[in-house]
Structures are given as structure tokens and as C-alpha cells.
Design a protein around this ligand. Structure first.
Ligand code: HAM
Length: 463
């Protein structure tokens, strides 16, 4: 029977919102005979309504990386496809199923980065960062691309906040990275739950894999189809299966911790001791192996404790990758460790918590101004431009809507922005060199000299 070849999803031309009610935008476009574009499947617009969440995540990430002495550093979005194949490994989902790979105009095989670590390792080597003081501590935030099946918390373009420490091996580095990931999640109002394990050295893993494959083969008939396929292809990943059917076999599988060399065991014990010392709670997960080939020794994932029942998706994960840089051509052993948190997943968790606390969706807005500047008339508008600019220069933020001319309309915006006071400048005030300050709740107004504006506002902002 001829096998019908399935077209890759990305090539399908999606009909434009067929079932949706026809909006006025659709009708207008139809009348003008213009094709209305939709985002590509799995790609998500970052919208102004999410500014509050997005900015908060970026602010927390910046504060924490500064506190721990990390510098911003970011590899390009495009790299040679083989860099990722070599680093993440054939047989991993990301390489086999999810990479966006294409030939560029010169015929070079390129990939949109599916993660940061391989690019950062390449960047460390090609920029000679080996000559910097070691270890080199770097952080980055940006878009990544994986052609996965889109669903809540899983997109084809998503963002990670990522930290990497390259050039030194010490359990204290791993503990510090785990604490940083923990602190970011906690500072965003989510209760973090850290899962941790050690997968030892390559040799430890090879010995363990022989034992594991033997065990899995003996239980083959109990396993899900996907796990059956993985027994030979990537047996460690069977331990990571979320299929209900696999859970009993996984629970009784031999544990990698029993196959660790004395050195790896000692390293892992130290990581855990440091976490205890720092009072960071964690759960030892003997089945945690992570889905990428470059890991060795410490591996960890971080979840939201509040969401852990309902969803199995990690907010982030990471671990040590001591062999990767040498594998990519570093001239000497260059140990490394790092983690990445998914920005969209964190945002979903924050929204979920907001909903739970408020009993429904809540609107969070970054545009909140305690003081609003309203103007009336062409001359007043010109003068307010100057006065608002002067206030901004001394760090005083005021709301304004200079494109609006009606006072009522402007005061409505002031109310929406939660302003307690509005400054009103009309024709008369421009002439007098004065301003009206209106208390938005009582409606009481007072007149002040324009020269006293900064002082007056500072007092109001302190209240
Ligand atoms: P990862 O576990 O593949 O690790 O990804 C880390 C996080 O990125 C996930 O926990 C999740 O929050 C987010 N993420 C992954 N795929 C998607 C997706 N399709 N949509 C939305 N969010 C997603 C790494 O990428 C490693 N490079 C981490 C690392 C850094 N290890 C050492 N250093």
C-alpha cells in the first residue's frame, strides 16, 4: 500500500480564522481584497497586556544576576545546525523532531537556536574566553525555537532566562545556580520546588545504561509504545516518561545513583550539603535524567509547588555539562554548569496564581501614574511638553495624553491610570505662570506657581 506522506505542519497554509465570527477587521480586509495574516502556528505575539508580567520577570532576572556577579552575553539566533546535533545529541527529541533547520543562500545548513547552552559553549571557545578570569559567569534572555506540538506552555518560539558558568568545576557553583533559579521563581511570587539528581560521568552512565536496558527489555510488554521505541534509541529517556502506563516499571527500575563513581557521589553530596546550608528545599529524584546528551553529574529541574498537581511541566532545568566544551574543540578540559527558565511558563504560573488569589482573571498594568498632566489649548500643550520633559529629566514620571484635547477625556485616562492628582494647564495658567493641582478623589483644586512644580510633586509622591 502506498504510504501517504504527511506534510510537515509548518508548510500547511492555515485558512484564515474560518470558523470565527467575521469581525469588522475581516470584513474590511475582504472588501479591500487583502490577505489577513495570522501568526505562524506555535508563534505567539508578546502583547501590551502582558507588559507587567514580562517586565517583572526581566527586572527580577536582572537584579539576581547582578547580585551574583553574572554578565550579559548572548550568542546569535542562527548557528550551524551541526553545533546543536553534536551538543544535544542525535536521538534527543530536540534534535530529531524539533529543530528548525534550513539551507541558507550559500547552501550552509543552519538552525534557529533551540536552546542557549551549545551556542554559549561555542562562543566561549571562538572568542577565547578561556583567557578571561575563570569561571566566566554569563546570563542571557531571548527567543528560542522548537518545532514542537503547540499547547499551553509549549510554543515554537519561546523565551528563556539562562545562566551559564564556564571554566571551573566545584559543587558550590551548582549550588549557587540552583539557588539563583530558586530565588528568581520565589521573587516572582511562585513557590519553587527543586528536583535534583546526579547522572555521574559518561562512564558511570554507560555502565548504568547496560543495566537499565536489560531491565527495560525484561519489562517491555508493560511499557507504552513510545517507551518501547526508546529502549534502544535513548533508554535514559524512558525514566522521564509521563505515560501512566510506564510509571510502575520506572518506579522499580535500577537507580543511577547506585552506579555513580565515588568521585561523582562525593560531588553530589557536596552540592546537597551546600543547599542544606543555604536552606534551599529540594526533592531527590532518582529518575530525573534531563532530555539533552551533554549533561553529567548534577541535573535539576524546577517546578511551581502550587501547580505541581495539575501540570507536569517544568518552569526550568539545568545541570553540569563538563564534557561539552572539549567535545566542541576547547583545547583543555573546560567544565561548565548552567540552567534555563522558560519565560512563558513562568508567566503562565504567575497568571494562574493571580487568578487563584483573585477568584478570576485580573488585569495587571504597568501604566500607573500617581500624577497626571492634563492640558487645554494649543499654547498650553506646547508649554506642557516642556514642563513634562523637565520633570522626566529629574526622574519624576507623570502620565499624559498630549494628543487629546478634551479635558474630560484626559481626566478619564488619569482615573484609569490610578492617578491621585492631576496637573491642569490651560490658556490662563500659561499666561500667569501657574498650574492647577486637582485632587482626583475630592475634586478639590489648588493653584501653584509653575516654578514650585517639582517641589510640590515630590511632596505629593511621598504621601
Ligand atoms: P530545557 O529543559 O530544554 O533546557 O528548557 C528549559 C526550559 O525552557 C523548560 O523548563 C521550559 O520552561 C522552557 N521551554 C522549553 N521548551 C519550551 C517550549 N517549546 N515552549 C515554552 N517553553 C519551553 C535547556 O534548554 C537547557 N539549555 C538548559 C541549560 C542551561 N542546561 C544547562 N545550561
Amino acid at each position: 500500500m502506498p504510504v501517504k506522506k504527511k506534510k510537515p505542519m509548518a508548510e500547511k497554509v492555515k485558512p484564515v480564522a474560518k470558523k470565527k465570527a467575521v469581525s469588522s477587521v475581516d470584513t474590511a480586509a475582504a472588501q479591500k481584497k487583502v490577505k489577513l495574516y495570522q501568526p505562524v502556528r506555535g508563534m505567539k505575539d508578546i502583547l501590551p497586556k502582558d507588559d507587567w508580567y514580562w517586565s517583572k520577570i526581566v527586572d527580577v532576572a536582572k537584579n539576581i544576576t547582578r547580585a551574583y556577579g553574572y554578565r550579559y552575553s548572548e550568542p546569535p539566533v542562527l548557528e550551524s545546525a551541526s553545533l546543536f546535533v553534536k551538543s544535544l545529541g542525535k536521538g534527543t527529541d530536540v534534535v530529531d523532531k524539533e529543530m528548525y533547520v534550513f539551507d541558507d543562500r550559500e547552501g550552509e545548513k543552519l538552525a534557529l537556536r533551540p536552546e542557549f547552552t551549545a551556542g554559549v559553549a561555542r562562543s566561549y571557545i571562538s572568542n577565547g574566553l578561556l583567557n578571561n578570569a575563570q569561571p566566566v559567569k554569563m546570563w542571557m534572555l531571548g527567543p528560542l525555537f522548537r518545532h514542537d506540538r503547540p499547547q499551553a506552555g509549549r510554543y515554537r518560539q519561546f523565551h528563556q532566562f539562562d545562566c551559564e558558568v564556564i571554566g571551573e568545576k566545584d559543587p558550590v557553583i551548582d549550588a549557587e545556580l540552583i539557588v539563583m533559579a530558586y530565588n528568581v521563581i520565589r521573587d516572582l511570587g511562585i513557590t519553587p520546588e527543586v528536583h535534583i539528581n546526579s547522572i555521574g560521568t559518561i562512564e558511570d552512565r554507560q555502565n548504568y545504561t547496560i543495566e537499565l536496558v536489560g531491565y527495560l527489555k525484561s519489562k517491555r510488554s508493560y511499557l507504552s509504545e513510545e517507551s518501547k521505541k526508546r529502549i534502544l534509541k535513548n533508554p535514559l529517556r524512558v525514566l522521564d516518561s509521563k505515560e501512566e502506563q510506564d510509571q510502575e516499571v520506572i518506579a522499580e527500575a535500577p537507580q543511577i545513583i547506585d552506579w555513580l563513581s565515588a568521585e561523582s557521589k562525593d560531588f553530589f553530596m557536596k552540592v546537597i550539603e551546600y543547599l542544606d546550608e543555604l536552606q534551599i528545599p529540594y526533592v531527590l529524584k532518582p529518575t530525573l535524567v534531563r532530555g539533552l546528551d551533554y549533561y553529567s553529574d548534577t541535573v535539576f529541574e524546577i517546578y511551581s509547588e502550587q501547580m505541581i498537581e495539575g501540570s507536569q511541566t517544568a518552569l526550568g532545568g539545568g545541570g553540569r555539562y563538563d564534557g561539552l566544551l572539549e567535545q566542541l574543540g576547547a583545547r583543555e578540559a573546560t567544565p561548565a554548569s548552567g540552567f534555563a527558565l522558560g519565560v512563558e511558563r513562568i508567566m503562565l504560573a504567575m497568571k494562574e496564581l493571580d487568578q487563584q488569589a483573585q477568584g478570576g482573571p485580573i488585569k495587571r498594568d504597568t501604566i500607573q501614574n500617581k500624577i497626571f498632566f492634563a492640558q487645554l489649548g494649543a499654547q498650553a500643550r506646547r508649554r506642557s511638553l516642556f514642563l513634562i520633559e523637565q520633570l522626566r529629566r529629574v526622574g519624576i514620571m507623570v502620565g499624559s495624553s498630549l494628543s487629546k484635547s478634551s479635558l474630560k477625556g484626559q481626566l478619564e485616562i488619569a482615573n484609569k491610570q490610578g492617578s491621585t492628582h492631576s496637573i491642569i494647564l490651560g490658556q490662563k495658567e500659561v499666561q500667569d505662570g501657574t498650574l492647577i493641582i486637582r485632587d482626583m478623589s475630592s475634586g478639590v483644586q489648588e493653584i501653584i506657581d509653575q516654578k514650585r512644580l517639582e517641589k510640590h510633586l515630590r511632596k505629593l509622591l511621598e504621601e
